[in-house]
Design a protein around this ligand. Structure first.
Ligand SMILES: Cc1cc2nc3c(=O)[nH]c(=O)nc-3n(C[C@H](O)[C@H](O)[C@H](O)COP(=O)(O)OP(=O)(O)OC[C@H]3O[C@@H](n4cnc5c(N)ncnc54)[C@H](O)[C@@H]3O)c2cc1C
Length: 489
């Protein structure tokens, strides 16, 4: 029986790929060059080093050029994967980057942090045969090429005279801004922090997403005409109503994220040495603890200490891998479910294991113990077993009686989730929220209950992913443009 894919390839234009499908399926996925685990565990340099042009071409040759573009339909922003891969095969790397930019204004970022296994790569036909096409790696390659060459591929259109305010400079806000400015609107981004980028800059560490990459993407957006203003807390410095009534903004997009920390509410959680992941990572990323000894940020002193993170999402792994790089002696992930339920990106789990992170699965803290001065000394933990599925569809962890043990620790980081940033909701009359405090917005148009106000990203869905936030920003931009050009709400 043939091992060729069931779905025949029917490219509309002649393929540039000389290999028959049968051979492409057998080609191994090209490995991403990376720093060795031993070396990188003690520095903040980027783990993945990026494909060379030759590796990118070799990987592009694996594409099956399927007639049904499931990679595109499974991408929340609809990147035309097949077309950009063909351009790589043609050696037109700038053209490939421009093709991605038709749908995705932040390709160097998504090429690094998007959970491709849940979207394009998860749907790739090669995935069913073995290893999917390295779509994220290829995206990163052409985006970095474009950046290195200083190529700008956007088009300027005549100004419409309409003003749009974007509140928050995370991926949802940046995407909405990038799309709207290309339609001729005057776009102004307001950011509460002193640095732009949202979680991309204050949450995701340098070794996964270098700050320079974000700065370059922001410069690209400035060149497109987007204006940025930092240190403006909308709802405090200025309200949305003031922006619309006094500063002449015709529409507002709210992309303020879900950055409020959540705690377990267990005894001892407020002793010294227990942090929220948000605080821990912000101190490292925005207050430069990662640049020790150039910057001395003592509160995240992990040197020669035993550190644990509670939780197993991307945030948790970023926190514990950062602690390792700050000099932790032992670094633990404490997670109440099993490996199969871990929400972090597959690549991050693999990297963390290689770096020597100790995963304590099916384990949960029940109390934090401290010394007479209130400093953390240990986490009292209990082992769990998996019971019946809960509301999330995952098997519920159930404590095993008598399994308690103490894990000596000096630092613990809580990364069990976040909740909505509340300022906008409480200062914008008539803006409806759901029971959990997130803004109510239509899933297709991103319209809220207030005329002219749109919302998207984590502030609507709760904590999710970069690409889902970008998808919301894109839908919002489309519907803001319709509203501004037709006047119909
Ligand atoms: C540590 C960490 C690692 C992650 N890793 C990944 C990953 O690898 N892959 C992935 O896909 N997802 C990852 N995520 C999730 C992803 O980063 C978020 O889902 C995404 O950033 C949400 O985008 P957003 O635009 O909705 O909000 P955010 O990125 O949260 O940005 C919101 C911005 O709004 C600003 N703001 C808030 N209130 C106001 C106000 N009143 N006025 C002005 N500005 C305001 C905030 O300061 C912030 O800059 C990670 C999250 C964290 C915390």
């Amino acid at each position: 029986m043939s091992d060729a894919p069931k779905q025949p390839a029917k490219p509309s234009t002649p393929s540039l790929n000389p290999f028959p499908l049968r051979e492409r399926i057998k080609m191994p996925r090209q490995h991403m060059p990376e720093q060795s685990a031993e070396e990188r565990a003690r520095n903040y340099g980027e783990v993945n080093l990026g494909y060379s042009a030759e590796l990118a071409r070799q990987e592009a040759l694996r594409c099956l050029e399927c007639a049904k573009k499931v990679c595109t339909t499974n991408c929340p922003v609809g990147v035309k994967v097949g077309e950009f891969v063909q351009l790589i095969l043609a050696g037109d790397f700038a053209g490939a980057a421009a093709k991605i930019r038709e749908d995705n204004v932040l390709p160097a970022i998504t090429g690094r942090v998007c959970p491709q296994e849940d979207h394009c790569e998860g749907a790739c036909l090669l995935h069913k045969k073995g290893e999917s096409l390295g779509i994220g790696y290829l995206e990163r390659f052409v985006a970095d090429y474009e950046q290195r060459m200083g190529i700008h591929s956007f088009h300027k259109v005549p100004p419409t005279g309409k003003k749009v305010a974007i509140v928050g400079s995370g991926p949802s806000g940046l995407t909405a801004a990038g799309e709207l400015v290309q339609q001729g609107h005057n776009v102004h981004v307001f950011e509460a922090l002193h640095e732009l980028g949202g979680v991309l800059v204050y949450g995701i560490p340098e070794f996964r997403l270098p700050k320079q990459i974000i700065r370059e993407q922001l410069d690209y957006m400035r060149a497109m005409g987007v204006e940025f203003e930092t240190d403006v807390v909308v709802g405090r410095t200025v309200t949305i109503d003031e922006l619309m009534e006094e500063e002449g903004f015709d529409a507002v997009f709210v992309g303020t994220g879900a950055g409020l920390p959540v705690f377990m509410k267990i005894p001892g959680e407020h002793c010294n040495g227990v942090y929220s992941a948000n605080e821990f990572l912000t101190r490292i990323n925005l207050m430069h603890a990662y640049e020790f000894p150039k910057y001395d940020e003592p509160i995240v002193d992990c040197r020669s200490k035993d550190v644990a993170v509670i939780g197993a999402g991307n945030t948790a792994l970023d926190a514990i891998r950062s602690a390792l790089r700050l000099g932790a002696r032992k670094a633990f992930v404490i997670y109440r479910r099993s490996e199969a339920e871990m929400p972090a990106r597959a690549e991050e789990v693999k990297h963390a294991r290689e770096e020597g992170i100790d995963f304590q699965m099916l384990t949960a803290p029940v109390e934090f113990l401290s010394d007479s001065k209130g400093w953390l000394t240990a986490a009292r933990c209990v082992r769990m077993e998996l019971g019946e599925p809960d509301a999330s569809g995952r098997r519920r962890p159930v404590p095993i009686k008598g399994s308690e043990f103490d894990l000596p620790l000096s630092v613990a980081v809580m990364a069990i989730g976040t909740s909505a940033n509340p300022i906008i909701q409480s200062t914008t009359p008539g803006l409806k929220t759901n029971q959990r405090g997130y803004i109510d917005a239509d899933q297709t148009t991103q319209r809220t209950s207030r005329k002219g106000i749109f919302a998207g990203g984590d502030i609507v869905t709760g904590s999710a992913t970069v690409i889902l936030a970008m998808g919301a920003g894109r839908r919002a931009a489309k519907s803001i443009h319709e509203y501004l050009t037709t006047g119909v709400w």
